[in-house]
Design a protein around this ligand. Structure first.
Ligand code: PXP
Length: 242
């Protein structure tokens, strides 16, 4: 299943602090293109998605609405109030351009247990965005997460370095790390999702991994939409995922 992150539609809107382009309209187009999930990241600094976007999307989105957020009290309260379908917990740094690494679930286990418990108690599916490391997968299971989204950033970087040639040991190794973390998550009863820096060139090998449930993709799709429109950009990605 393809989850489409529409943050960067809001990035363009915020460039002029106006109404266009509207993330609600973007969600509609993405749904028509075949998205099974719409994702927005409500950042602490509100650099793109705003609180009112989450409120409006909650009313309009017909597929799953996934709120990416930091594990703060403020964000937990918003997710519960808006009754989103799913939350993906991510680490958040003020200076970062985009999410830079996975959540340290192992290092913050007790806090994660509390946050996951509060969200899950309201019927929200909770996913941990983590690096492809066994100790983080195991900690996610202990914290009660329903799913792990395995960070594909290192795989994507290796793909560029290797020119997409899987005979390159680093690239093959990064894909294998995603695969084995996904298998470990599934063996522990969690869903195996993946995302970050996936694009039209590197997505197919990840989409083909055994047991993968969801791919979460944003920047590549919104960039492609500038040329072909969002509905078509989502359709093209859907075709590659198969
Ligand atoms: N998954 C998570 C947890 C993310 O933080 C992001 C970026 O917002 C994405 C997926 C999408 O990454 P990209 O925009 O590189 O496709």
């Amino acid at each position: 299943m393809l989850g489409v992150n529409i943050d960067h539609v809001a990035t363009v809107r915020q460039a002029r602090r106006g109404d266009d382009p509207d993330p609600v309209r973007a969600a509609h187009e993405a749904e028509l293109g075949g998205a099974g999930c719409i994702t927005v990241h409500l950042r602490e600094d509100r650099r793109h998605i705003q609180d009112h976007d989450v409120e409006r999307l909650r009313g309009f989105v017909r597929v799953k609405l996934n709120l990416e957020m930091a594990a703060t009290d403020e964000m937990v309260a918003i997710a519960r109030k808006r009754r989103v379908s799913m939350v993906t917990l991510v680490p958040e740094g003020r200076m970062e351009v985009t999410t830079e690494g996975g959540l340290d679930v192992a290092g913050e286990l007790e806090r994660m247990k509390r946050v996951v418990g509060a969200l899950a108690g309201d019927g929200i599916t909770v996913s941990a965005f983590i690096d492809a490391r066994a100790e983080q997968v195991d900690a996610a299971a202990r914290a009660g997460f329903h799913a792990c989204e395995i960070h594909t950033g290192p795989y994507a970087a290796a793909f560029v370095t290797a020119g997409g040639d899987f005979r390159h040991a680093t690239l093959a190794g990064e894909l294998e790390a995603v695969a084995s973390s996904g298998n470990r998550a599934r063996a522990a009863g969690m869903r195996f999702n993946a995302g970050h820096a996936l694009n039209y060139h590197n997505v197919a090998p990840v989409a083909a991994l055994t047991g993968i449930s969801e791919l979460h993709i944003g920047h590549a799709i919104v960039s492609r939409a500038v040329w072909v429109g969002l509905r078509e950009a989502v359709r093209e990605m859907r075709r590659l995922i198969g």
